[in-house]
Structure formats: structure tokens, C-alpha cells
Design a binder for this molecule. Structure first.
Ligand code: BGC
Length: 357
């Protein structure tokens, strides 16, 4: 049976069949068989809260659909992650779902899986220069645009100010996409001299301690006169806020983020972080598990978009994101049960909390 990813463009007017065919790869491999479907999930890391949540929701949804999931996490090490992919292939998984540490290095993993007749889904982060079967993520440039738009509009003098920029891991294609979205908004302000980037750098492996060092360096070089830190995710926002609090600046400087991690929501409630981008992980994780089961069962999958990964257009399913501030925590993440009221307001005195929904 053929594996198919169907790309549907412009409201079903034009349908193009792209993606891979296991049969044409000549493996003749049958999915699951009597043993049921097994999904291999290879994660870059489980050291950030968001990836633990992704894993849990993915495994749960796959279980509801009767599939089992073998999960391996590589602790941000490319050699380990390639080894993980090899192990999952040896375990004869029916489909591989990969969150790559290095989106370029993992092209090798896609090739190995395809040679074994196993389709590959890139989860959240694309794998570059490879014949991926499917990419499931959020609109990452939009994430960057929303972060920068919020920052520009909420500077003490809107549209003007001195900012520090913290990008993510250079190895993560998403980090470049977030930056691209941010650049699109910021460039006219920077070109006019209204916004000055006093310091900018990439936080290796997205680590909070590296983000802290970036803000420390900004303050050492240019002094504490900073209006905002454009941090690309909640982990780096956390590192930035530590550096700011050492200078007595936490809560006085606008700080952006992404992921709506519980600690970030607590900081937003407390006023030290200003915003985050809520990416409904439930939608991504459950959606990806459903698509993985369909690919494993050799069913057609419909994708309405493509993303060019350097090899060509890859069928993509991209979900929407939402800006979260103090004003809409209850109407977004709490409503969707990504976070509970009690967890978010744990550190806030009862009298200062918003009414419980
Ligand atoms: C994800 C972010 C995450 C970051 C660090 C990115 O690829 O899109 O949600 O915060 O990696 O793990």
C-alpha cells in the first residue's frame, strides 16, 4: 500500500500529491501487523517543561488510538540523537516523530529511516535538506512577529527605546524563524533610530544561564538603561529576569517570552515577565499523534501548507498561536487547561488575584 501525504492548496481547488511512497522505496514493509502500531518519538531534550508536556500529551493520544510510543531524549547531543534514531529503527517502529536538536544534522536520521521504509514527521522543528514526509508545528515567524509587535507597542514610549535581543539556539531552525518574524517588525524602527539594539546574541542550546550571561554582558557594556528584553522563549526570559533582578531591574523592564510555561505564567502574574506566546501544545501533540498513526497505517494525510526545508516543499500542518499577558491568562491558558488557576497564582496573595473563573 502506498504512503501518501496529500497537499491540498487553495481550498481544495488544486490538489497535488507529494511526499513519499514507501512502496516506491521498495521496502514492502507492512505497518504494525499483528503487533499494533509503534511510534518512535525522538526528542532533543526533556529538560524544559514544554517538552515533557509535549511527550505526555503525545503518548496519551497515541495510546487512545491504540498505538504505543517508544520515547528517547538526547540531552541536546546530536550524536546521541542519531543513535536514538538508529535504536528506534532497530526496534522496527512504524513511523518516526523527531524533534531535532540540530535541524541540519538530523537529515541523516531521515535518510536512515527512509532506507528502512519508515516515514518521518518533524515535530515542532523542521529537519532541513531532507525528504521529510510531514512537518507539524506552529507558525514560527508569526511567533516572532507577535513578540516584537507587543514589545514595540508596550515600550515606555511606544515605538522608541533601548532593547536587548536574545535569540535561541543557532542549531534550531525555529530560532531563525522567530528572529525573522521579529526582524520584520523591528527593522523600520531600527532603521529610523527609534529603537536601538544595545546588545544581541544567540543563547546556545536555549539555556537560561546563557541568556542570563547575554543580559549581564549588555549591562556591563552599556549600563542598566534598558527598556526591554526581546527574549525568544520563556527559558531565556527566565535567565534574563535573573540578570535584571541582580540589578534591581526585574519588573521595570519589559520582557517577552514564548511557550506559556507555568513558571513564566507565574512571573507574568507577579509582573517580572510581561508576555509570552501561547502555543496550544495539546493541539500540536494530539494532532501529531493522530497524523503519526495515519502515516503508520498508510492512510492519506491532508496538509494544506508547505514549508521549504531546502530540499523542496514539505507538507506542513501549522497551528495558530496567541499572545498572553496578565490580562488574558484566564481566557487562554487556564481556559484551555494548559495551566491551572492555582498554579498560576500560587505566589500571589489571595486579595490580589483575579476572581476564580
Ligand atoms: C520551540 C520553542 C522552545 C525552544 C526551546 C523551539 O524549537 O519552538 O517552543 O522554547 O525550542 O526548547
Amino acid at each position: 500500500m502506498k504512503l501518501r501525504v496529500l497537499l491540498v492548496v487553495a481550498s481544495l481547488v488544486l490538489s497535488v500529491l507529494i511526499g513519499s511512497s514507501l512502496a516506491s522505496r521498495g521496502t514492502g514493509r507492512q505497518a504494525g501487523g499483528d503487533r499494533g502500531i509503534t511510534i518512535g518519538l525522538s526528542l532533543d531534550t526533556l529538560k524544559e517543561a514544554r517538552w515533557q508536556a509535549d511527550r505526555d500529551m503525545f503518548v496519551k493520544r497515541a495510546g487512545e488510538l491504540g498505538a504505543r510510543v517508544l520515547v528517547l531524549a538526547a540531552n541536546s547531543d546530536d550524536t546521541v540523537q542519531i543513535g536514538d534514531v538508529e535504536k528506534l529503527i532497530t526496534n522496527r517502529v512504524d513511523v518516526l516523530v523527531i524533534v531535532p536538536h540540530d535541524g541540519t544534522a538530523m537529515a541523516k536520521g531521515v535518510k536512515m529511516a527512509h532506507d528502512a521504509g519508515i516515514p518521518v514527521i518533524a515535530y515542532d522543528r523542521i529537519i532541513r535538506d531532507s525528504d521529510l514526509d510531514l512537518y507539524v508545528s506552529f507558525d514560527n515567524e508569526r511567533v516572532g512577529e507577535l513578540q516584537a509587535r507587543y514589545l514595540v507597542d508596550h515600550l515606555p514610549t511606544p515605538g522608541r527605546g533601548r532593547i536587548v535581543r536574545i535569540y535561541g539556539a543557532k542549531t534550531d531552525n525555529n530560532a531563525s524563524q522567530f528572529k525573522r518574524g521579529q526582524d520584520r517588525v523591528l527593522e523600520p524602527y531600527i532603521a529610523r533610530g527609534d529603537i536601538v539594539v544595545v546588545h544581541e546574541d544567540w543563547a546556545e542550546d536555549w539555556k537560561p544561564e546563557n541568556a542570563k550571561r547575554i543580559v549581564n554582558a549588555a549591562i556591563t557594556a552599556g549600563g542598566p538603561d534598558i527598556d526591554a528584553v526581546l527574549a525568544s522563549n520563556d527559558g531565556t526570559a527566565g535567565g534574563a529576569i535573573q540578570a535584571l533582578s541582580e540589578e534591581g531591574l526585574a519588573g521595570k523592564v519589559l520582557v517577552t517570552g514564548q511557550d506559556a510555561e507555568i513558571v513564566a505564567l507565574q512571573r507574568i502574574a507577579a509582573g517580572t515577565q510581561t508576555m509570552t506566546i501561547y502555543k496550544p501544545l495539546q493541539t500540536l501533540a494530539r494532532g501529531a499523534a493522530e497524523l503519526a498513526v495515519r502515516l503508520a497505517s498508510r492512510h492519506i494525510v491532508v496538509a494544506r501548507q508547505t514549508v521549504d526545508n531546502g530540499h523542496g516543499p514539505i507538507p506542513a500542518v501549522l497551528y495558530d498561536v496567541v499572545t498572553v499577558t496578565r490580562d488574558n491568562i484566564l481566557d487562554t491558558v487556564v481556559r484551555d487547561r494548559q495551566a491551572s488557576y492555582d498554579d498560576v497564582y500560587r505566589g500571589i496573595p489571595e486579595a490580589q488575584r483575579p476572581p476564580r473563573p
